[in-house]
Design a protein around this ligand. Structure first.
Ligand code: ADP
Length: 509
């Protein structure tokens, strides 16, 4: 121990390192020295107090344990060889009381067996007598770092727990064998379970919705090169006293550092109110559109009668004015029809009958239908042969409408002498419909918006092209109701390529 005393005055780099470590932790480390040698007690107390620790001493094991009963110490420096209660027994006693206390054993004869035995009992490190102040500082620094890491982990865990538990969304986490590792109160409420005893149970015992189970399965087997969220909506049937609810479900795998799937996190969001609002909005729009459509058509018919001269001769000026009025009324009637279509699709009305459709034939028929319009603008409209006939399960009117909208857009937004090509193909996941043109293209800043309702690109080139901004919104709604996706690649001034992807699992090829 003389080393401790002799070297105490030498200020070394590690001295300030321990002081720094002590300053960095938000608590003042409490250290208890249990040693029968007064010199060691005093030297340790003086040195560690100087370094910013709170130090207490006990000259035997029984006293030490008594102090530990009264106060929580972060670190105990424990002599193994003491009269009365042995250091080994004190070590066991401390661990039984406070498993998180870091114990550093001071020993005069650090043999291998001893080390193994104390480590087995939970000692953190050793100091062999005699030890220098430097050695003492180092071991205490290490212990404080260890405590800090443990505290960081536990405060992170506690933060996460509070956050997850206060979320309104239900959260369910399963490991890779689909055992539940976390289920927050919102999730337990959604499934009508009041108990927390779901932890550790297999998800199949707790969740009976096959859609959810399938989403978890898919997330868990997602290959390392893919990291995508699986989303769906499920409806929970009305139970006694509760209404039917619509839940938006999102499921995503979580991984370790080597990108291996450790399990899946599933988030449940009750979207019943949003859906109801949407339904009300759709109903309202469809009611208004329906109500104005018939009067508009009858105004149009009457205008036509007047324009055809059946109500008497018109001057050239009158004809011009009435023609302009008829054009405006036609656009309004079109808008009313498209609004009606959109709200019908969104409320699922158009979407009920699905049949097996020959996609190759549908494309051929639509291309034939639009050929005259394309010819009138000197556009070359054609198809590319499919390697095989492709079939889709879908609603005939809906898929026709998708093709009609994309082809008529291509015709409208492609200047004379351009080219439009329509074709289909299939890959592992999807059956794809392609409509490509050599037209105006879509400026990059608008590409994310063209599928929004009423959005139209407004510039010099599109100024004189009539439209409602609803066509692509209708296409997107139809595609999504068929569980597909739509994307566009485009180069301003060179053309656009729309690709509709319908998931292959639903289709026969
Ligand atoms: P509308 O054509 O009635 O304006 P859409 O919803 O069909 O409405 O299209 C939205 C916008 O996307 C259009 O206004 C147009 O600017 C752009 N767009 C759609 N298709 C094409 C295309 N093939 N080429 C260039 N722009 C297009």
């Amino acid at each position: 121990m003389s080393d401790v005393e002799n070297n105490e005055k030498k200020v070394s780099a590690s001295e300030s390192a321990l002081q720094q470590t002590v300053k960095d932790v938000f608590f003042k480390p409490r250290v208890l020295v249990v040693d029968d040698e007064e010199r060691i007690q005093k030297a340790c107390q003086r040195l560690l107090s100087q370094e910013g620790c709170d130090v207490a001493v006990a000259d035997n094991g029984i006293k030490g344990l008594k102090m530990i009963d009264d106060t929580h110490f972060d670190i105990v420096l424990l002599d193994l060889m003491m009269p009365g209660m042995s250091g080994m027994d004190v070590l066991t006693g401390i661990k039984a009381r406070h498993p998180d206390t870091v114990i550093i054993v001071i020993t005069g004869y650090a043999t291998l067996e001893h080390s193994i035995e104390t480590m087995k009992k939970g000692a953190f490190d050793f100091l062999s007598k005699p030890f220098s102040p430097q050695e003492l500082r180092l071991v205490i620094s290490k212990a404080i770092e260890f405590i800090r890491t443990l505290q960081d982990i536990s405060s992170e865990k506690s933060r996460m727990r509070v956050m997850v538990n206060t979320l309104r969304e239900g959260v369910l986490t399963t490991d890779h064998q689909k055992h539940i590792v976390l289920a927050n109160p919102a999730f337990l409420k959604m499934i009508g379970s009041a108990s927390r005893s779901v932890i550790g149970r297999h998800v199949n015992e707790i969740v009976d919705d096959l859609q959810i189970l399938e989403m978890i399965d898919q997330a868990i087997v997602q290959p390392p090169d893919r990291f995508s969220e699986i989303t769906d909506e499920i409806s929970v049937a009305a139970k006694e006293g509760t209404e039917e609810r619509i839940i938006g479900v999102r499921c995503i795998p979580f991984r370790d550092r080597l990108n291996r799937n450790l399990g899946a996190v599933t988030v449940f969001h009750d979207i019943t109110a949003v859906k109801k609002m949407d339904q009300l909005k759709s109903d309202f729009v469809s009611m208004v559109a329906h109500e104005i459509k018939s009067p508009l058509n009858s105004i149009l018919m009457q205008l036509k009668v007047v324009l055809d001269g059946l109500a008497g001769d018109l001057t050239e000026k009158q004809t011009q004015m009435l023609s302009r009025a008829a054009d405006k009324i036609t656009s309004l009637a079109e808008l009313a029809s498209e609004l009606l279509d959109l709200s019908k699709i969104e409320s699922g009305l158009i979407n009920q009958e699905r049949e097996e459709l020959n996609l190759t034939r549908l494309i051929h028929d639509q291309v034939q239908f639009y050929r005259d319009q394309a010819d009138a603008k000197s556009l070359q409209l054609g198809t590319k042969p499919c390697p095989e006939e492709l079939f889709v399960m879908g609603n005939r009117n809906n898929i026709d409408e998708v093709l009609a909208n994309l082809i008529s857009n291509a015709i409208r937004y492609t200047p004379a002498n351009g080219k439009i090509t329509v074709w289909c193909d299939a890959d592992d996941d999807c059956v794809n419909i392609h409509v490509a043109d050599t037209g105006l293209g879509i400026p990059e800043e608008y590409r994310d918006h063209i599928f929004d309702r009423f959005f139209r690109v407004k510039n010099e080139k599109t100024r004189y092209i009539n439209g409602t901004g609803l066509g692509l919104a209708i296409v997107k709604s139809i595609v999504e109701s068929h569980h597909g996706t739509i994307r566009v690649e485009s180069q301003e001034g060179s053309g656009s390529h729309f690709t509709v992807c319908l998931p292959r699992s639903q289709y026969k090829v």
